[in-house]
Structures are given as structure tokens and as C-alpha cells.
Design a protein around this ligand. Structure first.
Ligand code: AHG
Ligand code: MN
Ligand code: MN
Length: 334
């Protein structure tokens, strides 16, 4: 059988797309690729060792940390620190941003990440992911990183992507020239191009939301959910409801099949739950690059938000263009 292109080969082939950063980005992707293989290995035997379950600590947001959250954080952090091109990181699992000392100080890039997304799904053998977002630093090279390096709007992302540890492990990324997906072949230990130039359908028929929170949603969102459930042959309704509870997995499915994912504001959580910098921005970048859209509110693109805090949350609506337009319409009217 002829082997398809590997991720490494693909990155080299595409280097012309980011002429000022080719070496650095190649290096950052090598780090991410390596760490994701290590996490893949650990996840695939999660039931066998003692890596399952809670670690007995909470992260800065008061959420219980799972052992694999911490494990994945350490693996990605050390892989990114090892090559001298990343000067610092921010992570869901780190209270503050982390400055990489030594050689890394000359690095020009920062990485923000959710090392393990959907971690409450780990113990029950359901897909989880890693989300990452790459920016050029704005502080002076050779100096420690500053919070300004991390509080950049999503529009400034140089690259972003996710790894999904699902029925197979995949890495999906963008550098602003479309979206490409690579499936991990464990027998070879390489990611192979399996989903070139991914495009999301303009229309979809899947809606993904935690409907248990329905009672707390704003009126417009409630009405949109009812709209999804109504019968209408012309628009293919009722839509199908699918919600895994791992953003990466829910988004990945909808990206391919067409659909909408939303984590709306609610009376108990006015900013929703998802984190702008290392969940929503990278997913928004991918969505737009695949021809879809991502908003926080009507006429408010996620990637135009000006971040003020590392762990800030935002309402999030992402997916097929026509579905986003429809939910916007309902929110505007209510
Ligand atoms: P994380 O595991 O990184 O904390 O993220 C979980 C997020 C996201 O992946 C998912 O879509 C959402 O939380 C699910 O939240 P609910 O359980 O409130 O629906
Ligand atoms: Mn997450
Ligand atoms: Mn997480």
C-alpha cells in the first residue's frame, strides 16, 4: 500500500506559507506531535495503570484535576520547552503563564493550551483532546515573557489546532491557510495526512449543547433550541442532538458533518464555561479556516475579543455558517 504524506513531510512542504517562521513553526509542531504521541499512549492504557481518576487537587478555576490533566500538561510543557523556540506557555492547568528560561528566552513564540480537554470523560473511555494556540510574542526577545504575550486577540494567532484521542488519534491544525487533518498510525508512530483541506458544510443538522442547563439559558437560545426540535421538511428539521461533553470531540464531529456547538451564557454562569484563550480562540480559528464561524454574541466574532485575563470565559457558538446566522437571529430578537 502506498503511504500517504506524513505530518512532518506536509509541514516541510508547506513552509513557504509562513516564510518568516518556517523553522520555528516546524519545531513547535515537532514538540506538539511528540507530546501528543506520549499522551496517546497513556490514554490508550488508562484503565490499566493508576493514571485514572482524580489527582486530589483543584486547578486555579476550582475544577478537580484528573491525573491525566497533570500528566498531559507536563508532557506538552516539557516538549515545548525543549527546543528553544517557545519562550513561554499558558495552560488551563497552570495558575499563571510560565516563562521558559535559558535558551528559550530567545524564542519568539508563546503557546496556550488546554492539555486535556474533556478530562471528565477519561474514566469512562470517551474521547478527549488537546487544544493549542500559537502566537508570536509581543515582548522583547531575550527577556522574560509578559502577560501581553498571552492576552492577544485570536486574530493574531499564527497557528492553532487540536489532537483528538478518539477511536483513532488525529491532529488537526491550521496556520491560516485552510485546515488539514492527520490520523495517527500507531504501528508506524506517525501522523498521516487523512483529511486534506477540511471544509465544514454551510448547513448542518446537528446541534450540540448541554440541554440540562436549558432553564438557565437566555430566551433567544431557548427559542433556537426549540427551533432545532421543530418539524419542517424544507429545512430538514428536527435536527439531531449530539453532545459528548468534550469540546474537541463535539467540534470535530460537527466540523466534518456540519452542525452547531454552543455553550451559551446562563443565569448561573453569565460568561458560559469555556475559556477564551485556549479553548474558544483556537477552535474559532479552525472553524473559520474551514469556512464556518464562531461568535460570542450576535455580531461578535470570538477572534476579535480583546482578552483581559488568562483564564477568562466566554459564551461560545461555533459551527456551520447558516446555523450560526440562525442562532444570531434568535438572540437578536430576544
Ligand atoms: P476541560 O475538561 O478541559 O475542563 O473541558 C471541559 C469542557 C468542554 O470540553 C466541554 O464541552 C464542556 O466542558 C462540557 O461542559 P458541561 O459538562 O458543563 O456540559
Ligand atoms: Mn477543555
Ligand atoms: Mn482541560
Amino acid at each position: 500500500m502506498e503511504m500517504t504524506k506524513t505530518l512532518g513531510e506536509f509541514i516541510v512542504e508547506r513552509q513557504a506559507e509562513y516564510p518568516n517562521a518556517s523553522g520555528a513553526l516546524t519545531s513547535i509542531f515537532s514538540s506538539i506531535r511528540l507530546a501528543s504521541k506520549v499522551v496517546h499512549r497513556e490514554i490508550n492504557k488508562a484503565g490499566l495503570g493508576d493514571i485514572n481518576g482524580a489527582a486530589g487537587e483543584e486547578n486555579v478555576q476550582g475544577e478537580e484535576q484528573q491525573k491525566l490533566d497533570i500528566y498531559a500538561n507536563e508532557k506538552f510543557k516539557s516538549a515545548l520547552a525543549a527546543r528553544g523556540v517557545v519562550c513561554g506557555i499558558a495552560s488551563e492547568e497552570e495558575d499563571k503563564y510560565v516563562n521558559f528560561e535559558g535558551n528559550s528566552q530567545d524564542g519568539e513564540y508563546v503557546v496556550l493550551m488546554d492539555p486535556l480537554d474533556g478530562s471528565s470523560n477519561i474514566d469512562v473511555n470517551v474521547s478527549v483532546g488537546t487544544i493549542f494556540s500559537i502566537y508570536k510574542r509581543v515582548s522583547e526577545v531575550g527577556q522574560p515573557v509578559t502577560s501581553e504575550d498571552f492576552l492577544q486577540p485570536g486574530d493574531k494567532q499564527v497557528a492553532a489546532g487540536y489532537v483528538i484521542y478518539g477511536s483513532s488519534t488525529m491532529l488537526v491544525y491550521t496556520t491560516g491557510n485552510g485546515v488539514n487533518g492527520f490520523t495517527f498510525d500507531p504501528s508506524l508512530g506517525v501522523f498521516c495526512l487523512s483529511h486534506p483541506d477540511m471544509k465544514t458544510p454551510e448547513d448542518g443538522k446537528i446541534y450540540s449543547v448541554n440541554e440540562g442547563n436549558y432553564i438557565h439559558f437566555p430566551e433567544g437560545v431557548k427559542k433556537y433550541i426549540k427551533y432545532c426540535q421543530q418539524e419542517d421538511a424544507a429545512t430538514n428539521r428536527p435536527y439531531t442532538s449530539r453532545y459528548i461533553g468534550s469540546l474537541v470531540s463535539d467540534f470535530h464531529r460537527n466540523l466534518i458533518k456540519g452542525g452547531i456547538y454552543f455553550y451559551p451564557p446562563s443565569s448561573s454562569h453569565p460568561s458560559g464555561k469555556l475559556r477564551l484563550l485556549y479553548e474558544c480562540n483556537p477552535i474559532a480559528f479552525l472553524a473559520e479556516q474551514a469556512g464556518g464561524s464562531a461568535i460570542a454574541a450576535p455580531d461578535q466574532r470570538i477572534m476579535e475579543l480583546k482578552p483581559t485575563e488568562l483564564h477568562q470565559r466566554t459564551p461560545f457558538f461555533v459551527g456551520s455558517n447558516n446555523m450560526i446566522a440562525k442562532v444570531e437571529e434568535f438572540m437578536r430578537e430576544n
